[in-house]
Design a protein around this ligand. Structure first.
Ligand code: SF4
Length: 685
């Protein structure tokens, strides 16, 4: 008899965190059904979520540990052999210096795996060199919003956007990257809200706008400062809010006063009439919300961009009410959770600083150990640079694929090849896995229990539908085996299930303290902060006070700093990179047949006039070069991109956008690389 069941869980892709049901027939996941009354997506899914099951039972899943042989080929090994080797090699390198080892945690994985990854790095190895992909995605959000609001997370919940009178979207194509959030923007518009979109591309989101402002990639601070100058000049600032709830307003006034319309037009190449019109609309609204995504963050001045959005919201009193706020849309399903869990070189779980002696003592008590409590560790890009320089000698990478997703692919490959020892733990052989000494097969989505935290800080249960394939194991079980082989007290790494890890984590994570399995079983789950078991969770933050100790918001004015690389005679175009509706992380969506059929390879978008000058036709194969590399890729000739700019989606290894991007200069406040702007040239082939 056929056995069928529906397993409710959370989509494995973007930070919207939609609920869905996995349809399981005879121990195989055969489809997806939307979760009808799920509070995030209300029974709807985008194509990525709808076909998310298609990668689960792929034949190319990793099912056995692999060890690289002297001839460069991988050979299957037993778990005993593989974990012995990992424990031995990491032990040897640790004995020289624990900080010679670096860890990348997986932001697509449940919180429980991420918590154990950073615990392993800190407790077993003794290093704070642990980070994850938020560094090159929303690292500036954490740094920028923490400085201004005291908490580096989305201020409102998703539903709140429907109450806005004006939605100002800058650097976010949510109709493709976060479609079920985009649906709420459409609903806001139907409710009467006016939509402003600022973007160098006329995206599907921009097509919804009442006012569309095209501007030059990297000109965000100039544009936002000019908006604030107009508001102050016109007397449209919220004086009561500024007086009672903020600090440092005079400094903001001084800085933004330098950004008049002429300067904004020069730097950001924005149409000044539209800029004034959009500013008046935003400033005069009773409830105005700002939405942004990677267009704001992925710059060497990403934190300045983020702080400028926060300054604008505080200037107009648009914080602490539904329909207002600063709403960063997080990229991966659990990138918020990965930050919360302390997969950060500066922070333990719950954003407790590694340099804070009291926080360190608390964690030591809980983990019964002594920790390295002095200096923060290295960030993602710093680890790659250190590996290339020979200062990091081993890396343990779970579920991330820096060879594909990090800037300057050739440099990342050089770093991977320069390591003495590389462990990659993943569900498929990734681009990075090819350079590993040991590849460990991990359980994937639908094959384990745990929690994801979505972009609105909602902590939701993910459930197991089927067993992992072959000998694949859950991340925390693999790390426990290696920890014990390296001499860790087994009691410190022995858990019967993910719930026991969650319970340990919440003991030391103030924002999660009031959450437990029973409370998370409800579809609406809980938003952090949730400090005790009677607390209802916090959808809307900063209602009466900000999260700084004195409760005040802080204006953090920023001066415009241009991109690290600008067009010149040899590389006359600005290259930007983006995400598409049908793809996400290559290892997953490119293995979903339906999604890959929709968009089987990459393309370079180029403006019609630029294409004409170069004699390039739509769909023609062209060469795109930067100072770091070159790729061959089909051209997509369009009017939907600013003249002088080109765009390449980041998903496709065969025409990898990151072969061209730069990691040379990092944002001093967040260590973000300049993924959104570099100089490039397009050539006919
Ligand atoms: Fe999944 Fe995001 Fe699509 Fe929702 S919007 S179904 S979370 S990819």
């Amino acid at each position: 008899m056929v056995e069928m069941k529906y397993v409710p869980t959370i989509c494995p892709y973007c930070g919207t965190g939609c609920g869905l049901n996995l349809v399981v027939v005879d121990e195989k996941v055969v489809g997806v059904e939307p979760w009808k009354r799920h509070p995030v997506n209300e029974g709807k899914l985008c194509p990525k979520g709808m076909f998310s099951h298609e990668f689960i039972h792929r034949e190319d899943r990793l099912t056995k540990p692999l060890i690289k042989q002297p001839n460069g080929e991988f050979k299957e090994a037993s778990w005993e052999e593989a974990t012995d080797l990992v424990a031995k090699k990491l032990g040897e390198i640790k004995s020289e210096n624990p900080d010679n080892i670096g860890f990348l945690a997986c932001a697509r994985s449940p919180n429980e795996n991420i918590y154990i990854t950073q615990k392993f790095a800190r407790k077993v190895i003794g290093t704070h060199n642990v980070d994850h992909c938020a560094r090159i995605c929303h690292g500036p959000t954490v740094a920028g919003l923490a400085r201004t609001f005291g908490s580096g997370a989305m201020t409102n919940d998703f539903k709140s956007i429907e109450e806005a009178d004006v939605v100002f979207i800058i650097g976010s194509n949510n109709m493709e990257a976060h479609p079920l959030f985009g649906r709420r923007v459409i609903r806001a518009k139907k409710n009467g809200a006016k939509i402003i979109v600022a973007d160098p591309r006329f995206t599907p989101t921009a097509k919804l706008a009442d006012i569309y402002m095209e501007f030059r990639s990297g000109g965000d601070v100039a544009l936002l400062n000019a908006m604030m100058k107009i508001i102050i000049d016109e007397g449209l600032q919220d004086d009561d809010f500024i007086k009672n709830r903020t600090k440092n307003y005079q400094r903001l006034k001084e800085i933004v006063s330098k950004y008049d319309l002429k300067k904004a037009a020069e730097i950001a190449e924005v149409n000044v009439e539209k800029l004034v019109e959009a500013t008046m609309l935003y400033a005069k609204a009773d409830k105005a919300a700002i939405v942004y995504s990677l267009g704001i963050t992925e710059h060497r001045h990403g934190a300045d961009n983020v702080m400028s959005t926060a300054n604008l919201a505080m200037l107009t009193g648009n914080i602490g009410r539904n329909g207002t706020g600063v709403n960063p849309l997080r990229g991966q399903n659990n990138v918020q959770g990965a930050c919360d869990m302390g997969a950060l070189p500066t922070d333990y779980p719950g954003y407790q600083k590694v340099v804070d002696v009291d926080a360190t003592r608390l964690i030591e008590q809980n983990w019964t150990c002594t920790l390295n409590d002095c200096a923060p560790g290295l960030t993602v890009v710093e680890m790659i640079h250190a590996a290339a320089a020979g200062d990091i000698k081993a890396m343990y990478i779970t579920g991330e694929d820096p060879v594909l997703s990090d800037p300057d692919t050739n440099h990342v490959i050089e770093a991977m090849e320069n390591l003495d020892f590389l462990v990659v733990q993943d569900i498929f052989m990734s681009e990075t896995g090819k350079y590993a000494d040991v590849v460990l097969p991990a359980a994937g989505w639908g094959e384990q229990e745990g929690t994801f935290t979505n972009g609105e800080r909602r902590v939701q249960l993910v459930r197991k539908a089927v067993n992992p394939p072959g000998e694949a194991k859950v991340d925390w079980e693999i790390m426990k085996e290696i920890a014990v082989k390296m001499g860790a007290d087994p009691k410190q790494f022995t858990y019967n299930n993910a719930e026991e890890i969650f319970d340990e984590m919440r003991e030391i994570t103030p924002q999660y303290k009031g959450m437990n399995r029973e409370r998370l079983e409800r579809p609406e789950a809980l938003h952090w902060p949730c400090p005790d078991e009677n607390h209802p969770g916090t959808g809307l933050m900063h209602v009466n006070t900000f999260a700084h100790p004195d409760g005040m918001g802080v204006f953090e004015p920023a001066e415009y700093i241009g991109p690290s690389e600008l067009p010149d005679d040899n590389y006359p175009l600005i290259l930007t990179t983006t995400r598409t509706l049908f793809h996400y992380h290559a290892s997953m969506t490119r293995r979903c047949k339906t999604l890959d059929n929709e968009l089987p390879t990459g393309y370079v978008e180029i403006h019609t006039n630029d294409a004409k000058k170069l004699g390039i036709l739509n769909r023609e194969l062209v060469k795109v070069k930067s100072r770091r590399g070159e790729i061959e890729i089909p051209a997509r000739v369009t009017d939907d991109i600013k003249e002088g700019e080109i765009n390449i989606p980041m998903h496709f290894a065969e025409c990898a956008a990151n072969m061209l991007t730069t990691s040379k200069e990092l944002d001093p406040k967040s260590k973000m690389a300049e993924l959104k702007v570099c100089a490039a040239v397009v050539e006919k082939m």
